[in-house]
Design a protein around this ligand. Structure first.
Ligand code: NAP
Length: 326
């Protein structure tokens, strides 16, 4: 028999409105950057996606170049969609992006209209869908007028290939300008996707305030700092972990003694709260109502389930918050 989702899946997750839009996203979303490419095991990826949906995760985040090889995460996600989730398309929020290196030559990278719209067509084809819910400009392109990049997002929405426009990795000043351009084009920006975790807090220097003021949501990527905030590297680099794999984006040299000492201290706070370190790292992001969703990655069902446990967390005390400041 084919896949049948858990009936009570929506009772297990909370949903937060993205800025001042009409769209709600799950407090925890699943990203397919790693673990869903052709180098990975398809059946394991499929199980993670379906388990996520069973747990109320409605939002799956992709990009043109997720894999490896580039494009394969979208193709594999499309396969799961066709096999298992076709009947539930209207219960899913699928996002994709263009902005980083994708194909050779001058039209396969950065922020031109030529690249963004061609890439979106390719993404739709790989996933086998007529539209995505969110189409992002993956990064700001200093050499392309912002009007052109935002114009491509707006056109994607106007022609029905995307329902909402988003931006990712944009610095505060460029984000502000992008919001104004998109609003004037009748396609207000739904969401910004920055890197945000206990170890990466630059968004607190004005970006979160801007998002709140502009009514734009925030979805925090790499909330576990690619696994460092799970504590898994405290006693060395485990076999098969992201830092151990040649295709992993986490470099061994980034896991420094100083970082590990800080993470060890934070783990004692998590222990006292009765949470695992990864659960605490996610709860810490979710304490801020400006964070619409926390965008996790997972290589196994166990990791996914552990991380989902973060939504049932006690509030942070002032003392705990202070201990997590350094
Ligand atoms: N917009 C952008 O530029 C951008 C950039 C990066 C990511 N993203 C998005 O954000 C998503 C998440 O990024 P991320 O994968 O870096 O997120 P993350 O949640 O910080 O790291 C996920 C990785 O940590 C490890 N892990 C997770 N839970 C664990 C647990 N409970 N115990 C032990 N290990 C655990 C796993 O790696 P191993 O087990 O393999 O070690 C897992 O693949 C991406 O899929 C993508 O959608 C966007």
């Amino acid at each position: 028999m084919g896949y049948i989702p858990f009936e009570n899946r929506y009772d297990q997750m909370s949903y937060r409105r993205s800025g001042r839009s009409g769209l709600q996203l799950p407090a925890i979303s699943l990203g397919l950057w790693h673990n869903f490419g052709d180098v990975d095991d398809f059946s394991s990826g499929r199980e993670i996606i379906l388990r996520a949906f069973d747990c109320g995760i409605t939002h799956f985040d992709l990009a043109n170049n997720y894999g490896p090889p580039y494009g394969s995460a979208e193709s594999n996600f499309g396969k799961v969609l066709r096999q298992d989730l076709a009947a539930y398309r209207d219960q899913l929020i699928i996002s994709t992006k263009a902005g980083y290196d994708m194909w050779p030559g001058p039209y396969g990278n950065w922020g031109s209209r030529k690249y963004l719209l061609a890439s979106l067509d390719q993404s739709l084809q790989r996933m086998g869908v007529p539209y995505v819910d969110i189409f992002y400009s993956h990064r700001h392109d200093p050499d392309t007028p912002l009007e052109e990049t935002m114009g491509a997002l707006a056109q994607a929405v106007h022609c029905g290939k995307a329902l909402y426009a988003g931006i990712s990795n944009y610095p505060k000043d460029k984000a502000k300008k992008a919001f104004s351009i998109l609003r004037n084009m009748g396609t207000p920006c739904l969401i910004h996707q920055p890197k945000y975790s206990l170890l990466e807090r630059r968004v607190e220097q004005g970006l979160l305030d801007l998002l709140e003021k502009e009514g734009v949501g925030c979805i925090a990527f790499s909330p576990l700092a690619q696994g460092m905030l799970t504590g898994k590297y405290l006693d060395g680099i485990p076999a098969g972990s992201r830092a151990d794999r040649p295709t992993g984006a986490l470099r061994r040299q980034n896991i420094t003694h100083g970082l590990l000492e800080m993470i060890r201290r934070w783990k004692t706070v998590a222990d006292k709260r009765g949470q695992t370190l990864s659960q605490m790292a996610i709860s810490w992001l979710l304490k801020d109502p400006r964070v619409t969703s926390v965008l996790i990655g997972a290589r196994t069902i166990e990791q996914l389930e552990e991380n989902l446990g973060s939504t049932a967390a006690p509030a942070f005390t002032q003392e705990e918050l202070l201990l997590l400041e350094s």
